[in-house]
Design a protein around this ligand. Structure first.
Ligand SMILES: [Zn+2]
Ligand SMILES: [Zn+2]
Length: 347
């Protein structure tokens, strides 16, 4: 496909879409039914439907019987870790293999003109982004995801969480299924904003941001504390009346859903003239500029809090203006402090 029909490439070889990133029309005012209906298929296809289906498949073929999950032991948790690890290896690995190893679509639609393997950095374990990212994914990422999964399944199995059956509450549970990405967006925005505070950024979130040029394995490359905060999104299903399949969907949305946001390409080509949107540009800009786009705009939280960057020159100007004002404020505070210190010395 000709990516220059959809965007432009600068001298460094970085590609950017020509259209600014649009906010989902869900919470946009005034509400437009036309925009909502045009957007709706993208809400389901392909990503959300895929993660919902994988949750159903887990429930049908992977998750042990309820009686087994009533007791915590080593067997079924280790088995779930193994399944999650294999699923991650296959799903993440497929993107890595196609786009970064075999380079099937070369640099078409690639935001950053360079491939991470071309840049060594001391920030990473063994100075390799890939090795560092892969180790973090399997050591703490899949482990903490599985631990959260075990706690939730064990709670459901023992009646500690309100478990509704699909046969008894089909409408409510279907509505809750539609809410899963919205719960994720709300939760992710809150924890993400929290770990951008200076102390937590330095000790926790900087690990994820080492990947300035993210690739598929960067998706779950986080500090264990961030993994815990990130996967805690599933615990909403222990509080609100739900069903274990929806809890699994919530987890899969976080675990597998991190991939599209870090794939590094705006579109993933499928065949000669088809491509699937990754919707990754907003989060790519977050990795590039750090203090914009804490969320993915499903709920326009960044817009409301003034941190939205849609990739347009206006978005860039708004960001630079915000940085300039903050610098001024910091300089003024420093000057006032020096003033007070001077007065105290004179008196
Ligand atoms: Zn990220
Ligand atoms: Zn961040």
């Amino acid at each position: 496909m000709d990516d220059l029909k959809f965007g432009k490439r600068n001298k460094r070889g970085d590609w950017a879409p020509s259209e600014p990133v649009a906010l989902a029309p869900l919470f946009r005012l005034p509400f437009s039914l036309k925009a909502f209906l045009a957007w709706l298929p993208h809400y389901f296809l392909p990503w959300n439907a895929l993660f919902a289906l994988s949750a159903v498949a887990y429930w049908a073929w992977i998750i042990p019987p309820v009686e087994t999950m009533q007791t915590l032991s080593w067997g079924w948790p280790l088995y779930l870790y193994a399944v999650n690890a294999v699923a991650t290896f296959l799903f993440y690995g497929a993107f890595e293999l196609q786009l970064y190893v075999l380079k099937r679509q070369e640099r078409r639609f690639k935001y950053n003109g360079k491939f991470p393997a071309e840049q060594k950095s001391k920030a990473f374990w063994f100075e390799s982004q890939n090795l560092d990212n892969i180790l973090r994914t399997f050591l703490s990422g899949v482990t903490i995801w599985t631990a959260c999964e075990i706690v939730v399944l064990w709670a459901f199995a023992n009646g500690y969480a309100p478990w509704l059956a699909f046969a008894d509450h089909p409408v409510y549970l279907a509505a809750l299924a539609l809410m899963v990405p919205i719960i994720h967006e709300f939760h992710f925005f809150c924890v993400h904003r929290l770990i951008h505070t200076p102390f937590l950024y330095k000790w926790v979130h900087s690990v994820h941001h080492n990947s300035v040029n993210p690739s598929p394995w960067s998706s779950l490359s986080m500090h264990p504390v961030e993994h815990l905060l990130y996967f805690a999104t599933v615990f909403y299903h222990l509080v609100i009346p739900s069903n274990p399949i929806l809890a699994l969907y919530q987890l899969h949305y976080a675990a597998f859903g991190a991939i599209p946001g870090h794939v590094g390409f705006d579109k993933v080509e499928v065949g000669e003239d088809h491509a699937v949107d990754s919707h990754a540009y907003a989060h790519y800009l977050h990795h590039k500029y750090f203090e914009v786009n804490y969320g993915d705009a499903l709920i326009p939280l960044d817009k409301w809090f003034g941190t939205w960057h849609d990739g347009s020159p206006e978005g860039e100007a708004r960001m630079n203006e915000r940085y300039r004002r903050r610098k001024e404020k910091l300089a003024a505070a420093e000057a006032a402090k020096a003033d007070r210190a001077g007065q105290a010395a004179n008196s």
